[in-house]
Design a binder for this molecule. Sequence first.
Ligand SMILES: *[C@@H]1O[C@H](CO)[C@@H](O)[C@H](O)[C@H]1NC(C)=O
Length: 172
Amino acid sequence: MRATHAISSKTLPCAILVLAIFVPLSSCDLIHSTCRKTPNFQLCASILRSNPKSGSADVRGLGLIMVGSLESKATSALHTIKQLLRTKPHLKIPLIECSKKYSFILKYDVTEAYEALRLGDPKFGEESMNDSAMVAQECEDGFKRFPCPITSVNKDAHDISAVAAAIIRLLL
Ligand SMILES: *[C@@H]1O[C@H](CO)[C@@H](O)[C@H](O)[C@H]1NC(C)=O
């Protein structure tokens, strides 16, 4: 009992000092506070921090960056699928399905999310990102007889969509 008391009375001032230094910093940091409200803090923070535009962005701007990240992910998924169609002909059927799904994400979900953020209609944007998370998962589920060769791409696309949906939701 006495030992515990001795420790806490020594560590308490230190804890207060740490809080006094870090709390104001982190509450000023929009990326940190925004990403904490998404299902994947690490992914969210690493994508936003690697984009130089995030420093001056508001929440809507962070949402636009996240949708942009999904756009790049879906575009590179289409390139990867195109190459796999040449090298893995036995996966042709599910790969073509995935190709349709990533085209759909780009043509509809990404476009709608951009529009929604530009026009200030967050509910519509959240819906689009919810949809693209589901569509990326559908690509994964299409591989039944053979393992999916783009599991990490699908997971990233799913997770980025979920993070984008959560950021856009903050604008509701
Ligand atoms: C998006 O998905 C989340 C989590 O599943 C759900 O809570 C939310 O209502 C959905 N939003 C829209 C607009 O569909």
